[in-house]
Design a protein around this ligand. Structure first.
Ligand code: AMP
Ligand code: MG
Length: 420
């Protein structure tokens, strides 16, 4: 048996960062930036008003108060998106809306609330300023967000919604990012029926292809469904060949020691493959290897293949532990580990055979402390417990288990807002 860490090291040692692509802006969400982004201009482009009010010369407001307003002649009104043709000279003001460029001559803005505008009808010819202002007040400076020619976003950054917005403010329609991996997904088993088909006696629906494809999309990859291979060499080879242009292949099932577990034999012929018994529960049997694939121009190339166990929970948990970091690495991400928290366990979990148990738990926070309770039956076929869980509590392989009240580390699958 090998440890979870050894298995992960081997997987990560065989996958590399993918090439770059020019991606439409909105599609780049979650991808890693493959260029340094400089700004060709200032954002905002001009000094502009932070408030609806009056652009004035601050010197004209000296001594102004509610009791003794200073009267200024209003020479123009300017809205966002237009430039006033008027200069603000001594004794005058320009009525200005938020975002509008500050007219020449003005050095500050007095907001409506500090004028007597509400006492006047229509756009007034004269305005009473009721507060003293200093130069620069309520003016947003040109380039205050982004200065022309400055480095705005650096290569290696993960594009989040804020980065998408920043790129749009620079007028970018596309951006260079590390491309997303195409991940081919193949289920195996004579007992499997595709969703949409009637369920005959002793058959079950192929759920793994769906949970795995959903995980691939969730973490930013592009799933490619290869359907169901039967437990025969011919069926498996035929299906596999449809996935040879992918960046990674995931199979589920067929890697244990049963009579019909042909994945290991067939894949051994298609490339190099290692079979591991990983010291973990669920998900003990796991296969990993490189299979001979094809690049776009038909040249030979090696594709990493992860043979996940067939049990629905095991295939999801092994995906989380091994496929997720591999996909993130291919996407150029550096933060491959899930966040871990410490929680008080509320149930007993017995560890009888020296494997690291990843128990499906529901984590909640009470009085500043995290608590985790089992999310239902822990059999590796009980997929609804995976649906209920928001974390995997880690019971160390060298322990006999944990008792209610013990502290455990929990690998969080979703943070608050999702399920916590
Ligand atoms: P195997 O690893 O092929 O022996 O499969 C282990 C268990 O997982 C068996 O009970 C299978 O029926 C079940 N199983 C395998 N593949 C799938 C699948 N794609 N969807 C749902 N259950 C599956
Ligand atoms: Mg099977």
């Amino acid at each position: 048996m090998i440890s979870v860490e050894e298995a992960l090291d081997k997987v990560l040692g065989n996958v590399g960062v993918l090439d770059e692509e020019e991606s439409p802006l909105l599609d780049s969400l979650g991808q890693v930036l493959a260029e340094d982004v400089y700004s060709p201009f200032n954002v905002p482009p001009r000094d502009n008003s932070a408030m609806d009010g009056y652009a004035v010369r601050s010197a004209d407001t000296r001594g102004a108060s509610r009791e003794r307003p200073r009267l200024l002649r209003v020479v123009d009104t300017v809205a966002a998106g237009t430039v006033s043709g008027c200069q603000v000279e001594a004794g005058t003001a320009v009525r200005i809306m938020t975002g509008a460029p500050v007219p020449e001559g003005a050095d500050s803005v007095v907001r409506f609330e500090d004028t007597d505008e509400t006492l006047r009808s229509g756009p007034p010819a004269e305005i009473g300023i009721m507060k003293e202002v200093e130069p620069g007040w309520d003016i947003r400076r040109a380039g205050e967000d982004i200065t022309k020619d400055s480095l705005v976003l650096s290569r290696g950054l993960v594009v989040s919604p804020a980065e998408v917005g920043v790129l749009a403010s620079l007028g970018r329609q596309t951006v260079k990012v590390v491309r997303r991996p195409k991940v081919a997904i193949l289920a195996t088993g004579n007992e499997l029926v595709s969703v949409g088909q009637p369920l005959a006696d002793a058959k079950i629906y192929n759920s793994n292809s769906y949970s795995l494809a959903a995980l691939v999309s969730y973490y930013g990859g592009i799933p490619e469904m290869l359907g169901i291979a039967r437990d025969s060499e011919d069926s498996l080879v035929a299906r596999l060949h449809k996935g040879l242009t992918a960046d990674m292949l995931l199979t589920s099932g067929g890697v244990s020691l049963g009579d019909y577990d042909v994945v290991k034999d067939v894949l051994a012929k298609q490339g190099e493959i290692g079979f591991w018994t990983v010291r973990m529960k669920p998900g003990k049997p796991l296969a990993f290897g490189m299979i001979r694939g094809l690049s776009k121009n038909g040249a030979a190339r090696e594709i990493p293949h992860l043979g996940l166990p067939g049990n629905p929970v095991s295939s999801m948990v092994t995906f989380e532990l091994f496929a997720r970091p591999a996909i993130l690495k291919m996407m150029g991400r550096e933060d491959l580990a899930r966040p871990l928290i410490e929680a008080v366990m509320e149930d007993d979990v017995v560890n009888s055979d020296g494997r690291r148990i990843f128990a499906r738990v529901v984590v909640s926070k009470r009085g500043g402390q995290y608590f985790s309770r089992l999310a239902g039956l822990q059999g590796s076929g009980v997929l609804t417990s995976m649906a209920r869980a928001n974390g995997l509590a880690i019971i160390p392989e060298d322990s006999e288990g944990v008792a209610a009240g013990d502290k455990v580390r929990v690998m969080m699958l979703g943070w608050s807002g999702e399920k916590a």
